[in-house]
Design a protein around this ligand. Structure first.
Ligand code: PLP
Length: 409
């Protein structure tokens, strides 16, 4: 008889975005003439940069010829892409990585969700609250989180609250933890950490022999100088941090699927008999067993992001979204609302007016302004009283949404 992994049964039944979708379709059925503006889900809307399209066509042609056909590629990724990543994303910031320290994948969700495979269930994890839900749910599946309390928190997880009082800067945990998840620029709050603030975390990890899983999926949106693009800008991070990157929001790859994970050779953890094990080697073993590489066409498209033309086109797309974010920030402030993020990030974290809870405000926006956001509480207990808006929409829609919010809220 097959027995299931009971940990899956601990996961709360419904998924945030399905609840939202249900509310939207009900509203649409009842109000077919209303034009909804959807600023909820964090998916891009602009097409792929032309340089990526050209590279994909070229790669497709190569696969059509016997002489240039490619089958399985290296599990860790092709050298041409790894080389472009090292030269463009790291060397200009004084970070030196070797090819084997980079793992190309099919997007950051897979690796942020799967990295737990190489750690025991006994590790104590700490997460910021609110949080990108994958970090928690993947740990629930592994059996690392204990039980769900009435306050929406898991009993074995350390939550580091990010709220207005601490300016969305998490405080170091007051007890020792083994693994810390950080995501900057942050989803959902759109806020960032300065180099000095991130250094405190690296120092904590080095002092306590902890690991940091640093999700930099929104790195390309950073525009301010003192905001680190990579955790390896901080001294010592190569000994204690794994970094996750994604081309999804950088270059519109949400449907194409490509990202990468950096595991420096010096990052280690203990085996049960006290031996220090290189995580890079363990992850390579895991990947070679469970992952057969990202497609050649996709990796050629990702490489094209780093061409001169590609860089310009990517920047133009991101500038467009950041332009939306600025319009939205100004519009929300004009409407008398308090808003965070949206400067080095496509996310705006909006405080609901007069203590309204997240879902009530979501309903009000949907019904009165016909604008769809994401209730902050869906990202964790500290998200209660907030709503996330994304700047990934069309410019006209963002302008119209702000006009409606000013009118109705
Ligand atoms: N990490 C964060 C913080 C995200 O917000 C997302 C997607 O929304 C991901 C990772 C996953 O990105 P990908 O499309 O590369 O799987």
């Amino acid at each position: 008889m097959a027995l299931i992994n009971d940990n899956f049964l601990k996961l709360p039944g419904s998924y945030l975005f399905s609840d939202i979708a249900r509310k939207i379709s009900k509203y649409r059925e009842e109000n077919p003439d209303k034009q909804l503006i959807r600023l909820g889900i964090g998916d891009v809307t602009r097409p792929l940069p032309e340089a990526c399209i050209e590279a994909m066509h070229k790669a497709t042609d190569e696969l059509s010829q016997k002489a240039t056909f490619k089958g399985y590629g290296p599990e860790q990724g092709y050298d041409f892409l790894i080389s472009a990543i090292i030269k463009n994303d790291f060397e200009p910031r004084g970070i030196h990585l070797s090819y084997s320290e980079i793992f190309i994948n099919d997007g950051a969700k897979s690796d942020t969700g799967n990295i737990g495979d190489i750690f025991t269930v006994d590790n104590h994890i700490a997460v910021t609250d609110p949080i990108y839900p994958v970090y928690i749910d993947s740990n629930v599946m592994a059996g690392r989180t204990g039980s769900l309390n009435a306050d929406g928190k898991w009993s074995n997880v350390v939550y580091m609250e990010c709220n207005e009082e601490n300016n969305f800067i998490p405080q170091l945990p007051d007890k020792k933890v083994d693994i810390i998840y950080l995501c900057y620029p942050n989803n959902p709050t759109g806020t960032t950490l300065t180099k000095e603030e991130l250094k405190k975390w690296v120092d904590y990890a080095l002092e306590n022999d902890s690991l940091i899983f640093f999700d930099a999926a929104y790195e390309a949106f950073i525009r301010e100088d003192n905001v680190p693009h990579s955790i390896y800008e901080i001294e010592g991070a190569k000994k204690c941090a794994i970094e996750f990157r994604s081309f999804s929001k950088t270059a519109g790859f949400t449907g194409v699927r490509c990202g990468y994970t950096v595991i420096p050779d010096d990052v280690t953890a203990l085996s049960s008999n006290g031996e220090r094990i290189q995580l890079n080697k363990l992850w390579l073993r895991r990947q070679c067993t469970k992952f057969n590489g990202t497609s050649y066409i996709t990796q050629r498209a990702a490489e094209a992001i780093y061409s001169e033309e590609g860089k310009k086109q990517v920047k133009a797309n991101i500038d467009y979204y950041l332009g939306n974010a600025q319009i939205m920030r100004e519009g929300l402030i004009k409407a008398g609302l308090k808003v965070y993020g949206g400067i080095n990030s496509p996310y705006l974290w909006l405080k609901t007016p007069e203590g309204t809870d997240s879902w009530t405000f979501f309903d009000k926006l949907l019904h009165e302004a016909n604008v769809v956001g994401t209730p902050g509480v869906g990202f964790g207990p500290s998200g209660e009283g907030f709503l996330r808006l994304t700047a990934f929409g069309e410019r006209e829609d963002c302008i119209e949404a702000m006009r409606r919010i000013e009118l109705y809220i």
